[in-house]
Write a protein that binds this ligand. Structure first.
Ligand code: ASP
Ligand code: MG
Length: 261
């Protein structure tokens, strides 16, 4: 049987400085002992995306959307290159890919592009060569070859889309909190952690503003029956929250939209 692929997603809170890349590289190497085939999706560092958007605003009060995507997609490219370097330093071969190189095809609606297809053959090739594949979250490419982004928090949706396309064993989200709580654990020390949650509840939470996952990623996971594991990068052995535990995987893949208008 073919080895199953694991998708690990690291958000901006897990990459706050250059040191962070060395830390998460260790976590990835540890995980690769169980799962030799790993695709990592990473976000832009800390508030890089906000800073890039702020720069755009300083130049133009209403920056053209195409150029905004060209600009903000850079945040994730910084992260993928630094993470590949960190893994290389620790003796693990890794190769970074932009959203476009990863085959994430979107419609052309800049800054809120929906995923229409995923063609991850370059990632599969890297995995078959024993390398860790590192993907820039939040971005894709339109059929016309334009760089697009998926809306704020969109790296979560990148991770789920790749989980679908690669028929991954699991999609794991590494956060600065241990999972989904009944209230904000950063404000309420008594907040309690859900060990499991169904898709509908997770959708409701994320649509009403909970930042734990981009709600589009939950909807995409639900459509395809992909379970999502949310855990802490501080304490990766802790189980955290599983959304859609025991869901039945659909045999054919469905992305966010069937076609672009
Ligand atoms: N860097 C992007 C953002 O801050 C995407 C992401 O983090 O998922 O919205
Ligand atoms: Mg971010």
């Amino acid at each position: 049987m073919e080895t199953e692929i694991l998708v690990m997603k690291f958000g901006g809170a897990s990459v706050v400085n250059t040191e962070s890349f060395l830390k998460i590289a260790e976590l990835i190497i540890e995980r690769s002992k169980q799962h030799p085939k790993i695709v990592v999706v990473v976000s832009a560092m800390a508030n890089t995306t906000d800073q890039l958007l702020e720069m755009a605003k300083q130049v133009h009060p209403e920056p053209p959307r195409r150029e905004t995507d060209m600009l903000v997609s850079v945040g994730e490219r910084i992260s993928i290159a630094l993470l590949a370097m960190a893994l290389s330093l620790k003796g693990k071969e890794a190769v970074s890919f932009t959203g476009s190189q990863s085959g994430i095809v979107t419609c052309n609606n800049h800054m809120d592009a929906k995923i229409v297809d995923v063609r991850p053959h370059r990632l599969v090739k890297a995995l078959n060569e024993g390398k860790i594949a590192i993907v820039a979250g939040f971005q894709g490419v339109s059929k016309g070859g334009e760089i697009t982004t998926l809306g704020r928090g969109g790296s979560d949706t990148s991770a789920v889309a790749l989980g679908v396309a690669l028929n991954a064993a699991a999609v794991e989200f590494y956060k600065d909190v241990a999972g989904i709580y009944d209230s904000d654990p950063k404000k309420n020390p008594k907040a309690s952690l859900f060990s499991e949650m169904d898709y509908d509840k997770a959708l409701e939470l994320t649509q009403s503003g909970a930042k734990v996952l981009q709600s589009r990623s939950v909807a995409l996971a639900q459509k395809n029956g992909v379970a999502l594991s949310i855990r802490s990068f501080h304490n990766p052995a802790m189980k955290g929250t599983v959304v859609g535990a025991g869901a039945k995987r659909r045999s054919e893949m469905i992305y966010e939209v069937d076609s672009c208008s």
